[in-house]
Design a protein around this ligand. Structure first.
Ligand SMILES: Cc1ncc(COP(=O)(O)O)c(C=O)c1O
Length: 399
């Protein structure tokens, strides 16, 4: 018998090697208690959270929680059904209405996760003979959506407008083309030059999908994302997003003005062949989305936090993923996985949680400590975070 698990031997050996040096397993952390969007108890210690993507801090919003409790009481714990059978409750429609209003778009479809939204929309709209042109650093859910469908896949260099244009020019003029972009790339926290990319894509006759997972709620005057910020939202055919970041719940969505968009509900397998979100989740999500429409003050505070942390870390001598804060993600580049894991642990022991990211999730084989700020972080917490980075960085010998 061939052991089908032998393909994982290298990864198992790498993991065992790392753990044998005495570092904690960074990928099996347990939040024993969650006190607020910015504080949890981990290993018995009160810990500042700086790696949750809870950008707008909506997880503990009083109105959001009240809406969830009411829906739980009135509609029960789950739907036990697909959206196209018994799984569309009043709350799902209200959630889609909130999204249409939030984006000022005609159509909205709620999926059970953002992963499934990308999987479903990308694999369904680009079919045999069509082309998907995507940034090489695209999220796993975008790649998996490509794999699930029958279109030809063409990748271009990260955030490189010229490379995108060149790839587009090589494709047959009359072929169907879908350009897939992200507003903010979550590994380094860098923003895409959507304006230029959308211009060259339109010139080539392509349709455009933008995943605004890490910008919804925060970037743009109304929090609609990078496309709004760069004044090109009207040129985007499909916006994909998630509830698992700024909205503070779980779920995914696609909004569009395409006149035939509603047919997606019948042909998109990751929408049809899975159970819908529980009533409490859609009620929390709809309330959160509506509150995010009036989140201007929170957005301004989150920018303050992001800029302060970026400048502070740079001044301490850390190498960062972007020259300035472009989003609420600040990526700290580690020399290697071993030192990255040591630094991660030193921060945790100092009461600070960040995300450790390593290849293949990261670009160019980098090990990163990814920090994501929250609108609920106070200025004192940000100062504390910098202090803890300084102490841990010196102890590990990175600065
Ligand atoms: C760019 C991007 N798209 C999609 C997703 C998937 O979102 P969800 O957590 O809702 O599955 C993520 C989540 O990490 C993401 O970063």
């Amino acid at each position: 018998m061939t052991d089908l698990f032998s393909k994982f031997d290298a990864l198992i050996a790498q993991r065992e090697g790392l753990l044998s040096t005495g570092v904690m397993d960074p990928f099996s952390l347990v939040m024993e208690e969650v006190k607020s969007p910015t504080v949890a108890v981990v290993n018995g210690k009160e810990t500042i959270l700086l790696g949750t993507y809870n950008y707008m801090g909506m997880t503990f919003d009083d109105d959001v929680i009240a809406a969830g409790k009411k829906a739980l009481d009135e509609f029960g714990a789950g739907t036990t059904g697909s959206r196209v059978l018994n799984g569309t409750f009043q709350g799902h429609k209200e959630c889609e209405d909130a999204l249409k209003e939030f984006y000022d778009m005609k159509y909205a479809m709620v999926f059970s996760t953002g992963y499934q939204a990308n999987l479903g929309i990308i694999s369904t709209i680009a079919g045999k003979g069509d082309y998907i042109i995507l940034d090489i650093d695209s999220h796993a859910s975008i790649y998996d959506g490509c794999k699930m469908g029958d279109a030809e896949i063409v990748a271009f260099r990260h955030n490189d407008v010229e490379a995108l244009e060149k790839r587009l020019k090589r494709l047959p003029a009359d072929a169907g083309k879908l350009v897939v972009l992200e507003g903010v790339y979550s590994m380094l926290g860098d923003v895409a030059p959507l304006k230029e990319m959308i211009r060259v894509s339109k010139e080539a006759g392509a349709m455009i999908l933008v995943d605004e997972a890490h910008s919804m709620g925060f970037i743009g005057e109304n929090g609609r994302g990078v496309a709004e910020e760069q004044g090109v939202l009207d040129d985007v055919d499909f916006v994909i997003g998630t509830f698992s970041k700024s909205v503070g719940t779980v779920g995914g969505f696609c909004v569009s003005n395409h006149p035939k968009f509603e047919i997606m509900r019948l042909v998109c397998r990751p929408y049809v062949f899975t159970a819908s979100l529980p009533p409490a989740v859609v009620a929390c999500s709809a309330t959160s989305i509506r509150k995010l429409m009036h989140g201007g003050n929170k957005r301004a505070h989150l920018w303050e936090n992001s800029k302060t942390l970026h400048k502070g870390l740079r001044d301490l001598g850390f190498q960062l993923g972007t020259p300035e804060a472009q989003s609420a993600i600040i990526a700290v580049i580690m020399p290697d996985l071993g030192q990255g894991a040591m630094m991660w642990q030193a921060l945790l022991e100092n009461g600070l949680y960040v995300n450790l990211a390593r290849p293949p999730a990261t670009p160019a084989g980098m090990t990163l400590l990814r920090c994501s700020l929250c609108a609920e972080h106070t200025a004192e917490q940000v100062a504390d975070i910098l202090d803890r980075f300084e102490r841990a960085g010196k102890a590990v010998g990175i600065i």
